[in-house]
Design a protein around this ligand. Structure first.
Ligand SMILES: Cc1cc2nc3c(=O)[nH]c(=O)nc-3n(C[C@H](O)[C@H](O)[C@H](O)COP(=O)(O)OP(=O)(O)OC[C@H]3O[C@@H](n4cnc5c(N)ncnc54)[C@H](O)[C@@H]3O)c2cc1C
Length: 361
């Protein structure tokens, strides 16, 4: 019997959280910080999404060179959140990391220069065009420029360190949550021997198996990444052109990502491997070796906004989901918003409130 089971023979908490991906972990830490008692129930292998995330935090949408949704609010909030998490665990997993945008066409470069002078988005775009960025390694005939205020979370480490913390403090049950064992009352819930005021589901795309919330309109999208070895590219910046190339040390880089709305599973494919390798070979001039490949399914909502709040009928059941392609940026801010909603009745932003989909229930 795993040791986590012994400790939870009987437990009375404020919240049960189902899922310890980015959403569940960030929500649990937010609740702990607010003085609330939680138990997290998670079986790690049901969804690989968070475990394969590159962890990039990009304030810009490259196609249109506009700010990504709520960037100005999300950046300072997340930065504070991850710094606090680092201090809490005495670990390091969050860094500022510049993104280098390699231009594919002159038009794109001209558009960048124009946008870098604009009032709103300009502060995120460097004004200088650089022509000699890794001239012997990177294909860069038209030059490149930099995104300011981008950052990166080493997601695997973040999740693992929190998992260890939860285990040490007897807050984690390592098992598949059994929906048929959930007893829903008007003021509490019971799951086996755990009693809580409420339960919040954070199962990512696996919410499709949750009988209480399987009606929320997710449009999940599978993504794959490669780990490659590239010698002679000694940069600490993320390179972006059709793919991103994220340095992770020891000449290793994560190259991503693909988008597939059909095959919703965590299995890696040759098609994605070839696609990413081909794109990479157009960006760099030197050979590379593929040393790993991973896949996960992003829990995107049809309107690309988080889906959070309480069940329309059972007010002891809640959801924190729909983080889509941007869990690193979105989850800290909206975890706080959900906790304020649950504990202080503060209204949720309409754009993320599950109430917008209540007609589907
Ligand atoms: C290839 C790829 C690259 C990405 N890159 C980035 C990036 O650079 N930046 C960024 O911000 N985002 C990125 N994302 C998106 C990011 O990964 C997601 O937004 C985020 O991970 C979603 O987290 P989640 O906790 O909602 O879901 P998940 O990560 O799916 O977590 C759900 C957890 O719940 C568990 N679970 C589910 N059902 C049950 C059950 N019944 N019982 C017990 N446990 C259960 C699962 O096993 C899992 O541990 C990327 C995603 C992919 C696939």
């Amino acid at each position: 019997m795993p040791h986590e089971y012994k400790i939870l023979l009987k437990k009375d908490v404020n919240y049960i959280i189902v899922g310890q991906g980015l959403a569940g972990t960030i929500l649990a830490f937010t609740m702990i910080n607010a003085g609330l008692k939680v138990v997290v129930i998670d079986e790690q292998n049901l969804s690989m999404c968070s475990k394969v995330a590159a962890g990039n935090f990009n304030p810009i949408v490259f196609k249109r060179l506009v700010k990504s949704w709520m960037t100005d609010e999300l950046i300072p909030f997340s930065e504070r959140f991850y710094k606090e998490a680092e201090q809490f665990l005495f670990e390091e997993f969050y860094w500022k990391k510049e993104i280098v945008r390699i231009f594919g066409e002159n038009q794109e470069k001209d558009f960048w220069i124009k946008k870098s002078l604009a009032d709103d988005v300009g502060k995120y775009l460097s004004k200088n065009i650089v022509d000699d960025f890794f001239i012997n390694t990177v294909n860069n005939p038209l030059g490149c420029a930099f995104v300011n205020d981008a950052s990166n979370l080493y997601v695997v480490k973040f999740l693992e360190k929190f998992r260890n913390y939860f285990i040490r403090n007897q807050l984690l049950l390592d098992e598949i949550f059994d929906y048929s064992e959930l007893k829903v009352e008007s003021n509490s819930v019971n799951h086996k021997n755990i009693k809580a005021n409420k339960i919040i589901f954070c199962e990512g795309y696996k919410v499709s198996e949750n009988p209480y919330f399987n009606w929320i309109p997710l449009k999940p999208v599978k993504g794959e990444v490669l780990t490659v070895k590239i010698e002679n590219l000694k940069t600490d910046k993320i390179i972006n052109k059709d793919v991103y190339i994220l340095p992770i040390g020891n000449d290793l880089f994560i190259v991503g990502a693909t988008y597939d709305w059909e095959n919703l599973n965590d299995t890696v494919t040759e098609k994605a491997r070839n696609q990413l390798a081909e794109r990479l070979s157009k960006v760099i001039k030197v050979p590379f070796e593929i040393v790993g490949q991973q896949a996960g399914v992003r829990p995107s909502a049809i309107d690309r906004r988080p889906i959070i709040g309480l069940h329309p009928e059972y007010k002891t059941l809640g959801i924190f989901n729909g983080m889509g392609t941007k869990g690193v940026m979105l989850a800290p801010y909206f975890a706080k918003q959900l906790v304020d909603h649950l504990e202080k009745n503060v209204p949720l932003d309409k754009e993320v409130d599950i109430a917008r989909f209540v007609h589907l229930f």
